[in-house]
Design a protein around this ligand. Structure first.
Ligand code: ZN
Ligand code: ZN
Length: 250
């Protein structure tokens, strides 16, 4: 869990770098940040840090300058322990409608807040705890950079996890040094996605064999291996771990 209280440094930092964003208070407590987010960011390549506000004339990587109208609710939700970030001018909604895709395909959670990163990676993006500078530079601006990039190119600037439960399975595939305990708590997290969990649970039964030419779990009627291959491999890994650790699934 993060301490989401706003400190003096946060207020000063926001005023200096994002004067078009205003903090709203209720009973002397900061509850929301509302306004225009003007940003400029460069993405170089996977694994390299994002460059926020690159110097004038900086010519490497892909630079995007854009503006979104946003509202940040300074409290967590069932999807995230971090503040909820909303785009409030229906720009993302219009993109989803015009491309005939779902809002979740744009990493928007039910309720409308952006999915800034997968929950287990929140702590990696905020190693020093919650503060405006890291929250904006590591999560909020890259989120809108990716949205703006998607709007122009119809593809994402960097490889990312699928939205929701399947993203968790892709994440699991990349983990080393798992223990019985960590796999059990991972399974608990999956169970929060009721509908998808019901599907997945059947596939985790040892005698259920799941192969690459089977229909993909996302429901898009593609072969598993051509659609969500890392989810397939993650499920295989999960099944093996369940067996090795002797975990019982309820
Ligand atoms: Zn997402
Ligand atoms: Zn799929």
């Amino acid at each position: 869990m993060f301490d989401l209280s706003i400190k003096k440094e946060d207020i000063e930092w926001l005023k200096k770098y994002y004067p078009a964003l205003k903090i709203h208070y209720k009973d002397n407590k900061a509850t929301e940040v509302i306004g225009d987010l003007y940003f400029s960011m460069v993405f170089l390549e996977e694994g390299k840090p994002y460059i926020i506000n690159p110097d004038y004339g900086y010519s490497n990587g892909v630079k995007i300058k854009d503006k979104y109208q946003i509202r940040i609710e300074l409290k967590g939700s069932e999807f995230s322990d971090l503040p909820q970030v909303f785009e409030i001018n229906s720009r993302l909604e219009k993109i989803a409608d015009s491309r005939n895709i779902k809002k979740k395909d744009l990493h928007i959670n039910p309720g409308g807040a952006g999915c800034l990163c997968i929950k287990p990676e929140e702590i990696l993006n905020l190693p020093n705890g919650f503060n405006f500078k890291d929250f904006f530079n590591n999560l909020v601006i890259p989120f809108f950079y990716a949205q703006s990039y998607f709007e122009k190119n119809n593809t994402w600037p960097w490889g990312q996890y699928s939205h929701g439960i399947w993203g968790f399975i892709e994440w699991y595939l990349k983990q080393d040094n798992l223990t019985k305990q960590s796999t059990e708590s991972f399974l608990k997290r999956l169970q929060k996605y009721n509908n998808e969990w019901r599907l997945l649970k059947n596939l985790l039964i040892p005698k259920c064999k799941i192969k690459g030419h089977h229909e993909c779990i996302c429901g898009k009627n593609n072969k598993f291996r051509n659609c969500h291959n890392d989810v397939l491999r993650g499920i295989w890994k999960l099944k093996q771990d369940i067996l090795n650790f002797g975990i019982k699934i309820q």
